[in-house]
Design a binder for this molecule. Structure first.
Ligand code: AMP
Length: 491
């Protein structure tokens, strides 16, 4: 059964069948009415139906399963090593966020929640399992590790939730999911959530869900309507892209409360993070190679507005619940069109408005075409930023000229280079010198352009000094003006 509840007017939370305890937590949270995915999924879950929820992040998807699960868990007790419910998530951050949701809405429930994620010691996780988990939240690999060590029995699981299934597919987790589905009794209730529904997932759902209620809150692969999307042209060199990005950030001014900037590769996350830091932006980085503690700290600082910008890779940022992100920048066009939907879904969450800029180079034409096909609309170009970037390039050039003059006036040798790491006191303190600083940094990012011409010549060319015509006509010594006494022959 497919329920398109996009346009259905939202009922009240009290009409959905949730328990009094859960309703009072929701009230404390301050939500006025359920979101469409909640209005569709909550009653179905409470009736013990399997659910196939097609909803992007930011639609209130997490509460759509957490709230009814809390209600159902009010009866019954957990047994040693036998969790009652299992939630599988693709990344540690997403798993941790789901756990936070249980803590938030389940304050009055005194449930034992076990979070099994990688990068954290097995011991504490085992202790949690020993105590009997009402809710087990895990990434697939770590959960199967515990199972393999004999610390986990899956025969008592009543509800299995598979969250962000399309990301699991992208990350190659489907065999793990299939294995987990086979280890849990068929009598369970299965809930599968995904932003998109490619054929492989339809097949998985067909195999492991029983007569599911299909609840689709927006067309599969569509982006939230509250997001203004733009494409911004750039040359393909990384420093050009960085220049465009900086111009965009500055242009957005106070409209930019905070932003996530996506790169395709971990290496580029680090590089862009360092560049933005050098340019004085308040920025953090998040990628898969960072240890769990660092990732959590960066995320927390971003959530608490201690960091304004977060440079991230897809895997690290998937499913993050940061409610109030005003902007998303795609520093790179995502390789898989579906990632575009996930990335920009970080903004415009829960009905708020958001802005997403994608920097495109001449190499990205095909990828952009695939994205536009997927979302079913053309993304407008943001011309303003190009003008701003061009202006910035001009002021960079002007600043270069004037700083060269200044250097000459200060008696610096012709080959002298400004040390990008050394800022004058004036530069450090004056906002007016931003362009100058930007120029210095831009030069630092382009070392090959700073190379003095002589260094580029071959050794042979260096040995044979070339003189221009003007140079060979140069007057040497006294020239024709040699004093007469010097012409007197010496004996
Ligand atoms: P999710 O799609 O689960 O990542 O949720 C996105 C955001 O929406 C989270 O910050 C939730 O706290 C918030 N949210 C969830 N349900 C509601 C609701 N009924 N009304 C307003 N905000 C909500």
């Amino acid at each position: 059964m497919t329920e398109h509840i996009d346009s259905v007017s939202a009922p009240d939370f009290a009409d959905l069948g949730l328990s009094a305890k859960v309703l009072s937590s929701v009230k404390e949270t301050g939500y006025n009415s359920p979101t469409p995915i909640q209005a569709g999924a909550i009653p179905a879950i409470l009736q013990h139906c399997d659910v196939l929820g097609i909803a992007q992040t930011g639609t209130g998807k997490t509460a759509s399963f957490v709230l009814p699960m809390l209600t159902l868990l009010e009866s019954g007790r957990a047994r040693i090593r036998m969790p009652r419910t299992v939630i599988i998530a693709p990344t540690r951050e997403l798993a941790a966020q789901i756990a936070e949701n249980f803590e938030k809405y389940g304050k009055k429930h005194r449930l034992n929640i076990a979070l099994l994620i990688g990068g954290v010691s097995f011991d504490e996780q085992e202790r949690r399992l020993e105590r009997g988990a009402d809710v087990l939240i895990a990434t697939p690999g770590r959960m199967l590790d515990h199972y393999g060590r004999g610390k986990l029995l899956l025969t008592g699981v009543e509800i299995l939730v598979i969250d962000e299934a399309d990301r699991m597919l992208d990350m190659g987790f489907i065999p793990d999911i299939e294995r987990i589905c086979k280890l849990i009794p068929m009598t369970r209730q299965t809930l599968l959530f995904s932003a998109t529904m490619p054929a492989e997932l339809e097949a998985l759902a067909g195999q492991f869900l029983h007569n599911p209620q299909r609840i689709e809150v927006a067309a599969a692969s569509s982006a939230a309507r509250t997001i203004s999307q733009y494409l911004v042209k750039s040359d393909k060199k990384p420093w050009d892209k960085r220049r465009v990005l900086r111009a965009l950030i500055k242009e957005q001014g106070e409209y930019l409360k905070n932003a996530i900037i996506f790169c395709n590769r971990k290496r580029d996350v680090g590089e862009l993070f360092r560049s933005l830091t050098r340019h004085g932006f308040n920025v953090g980085a998040l990628h898969g190679d960072m240890d769990q503690h660092n990732r959590m700290t960066v995320l927390e600082n971003f959530r608490r507005d201690k960091l304004q910008l977060l440079v991230a890779s897809d895997v690290a940022a998937r499913g993050l619940d940061i409610p109030d992100v005003s902007h998303v920048f795609n520093f790179d066009v995502p390789i898989h069109a579906e990632d575009y939907v996930h990335r920009i879904g970080r903004t415009g969450r829960a009905g708020r408005s958001g802005t997403a800029f994608t920097i495109i180079t001449p190499n990205d034409a095909k990828a952009v075409e695939a994205i536009e096909k997927l979302i079913g609309e053309a993304i407008p170009r943001f011309h303003q930023a190009e003008t701003i970037a061009a202006n910035q390039a001009e002021s960079d050039a002007a600043a270069a000229k004037s700083s060269n003059k200044q250097r000459k006036a200060a008696g610096a040798g012709p080959g002298a280079q400004a040390d990008p790491t050394v800022k004058s006191e004036k530069n450090r303190n004056s906002g007016k010198n931003r362009v100058n600083k930007a120029h210095i940094m831009a030069k630092a990012e382009r070392p090959e352009r700073q190379q003095p011409v002589a260094e580029k010549l071959s050794p042979a060319a260096k040995r044979q000094p070339k003189h221009s015509k003007a140079e060979s006509n140069k007057i040497l010594g006294f020239g024709q003006d040699m004093p007469a006494f010097m012409r007197i022959p010496t004996q």
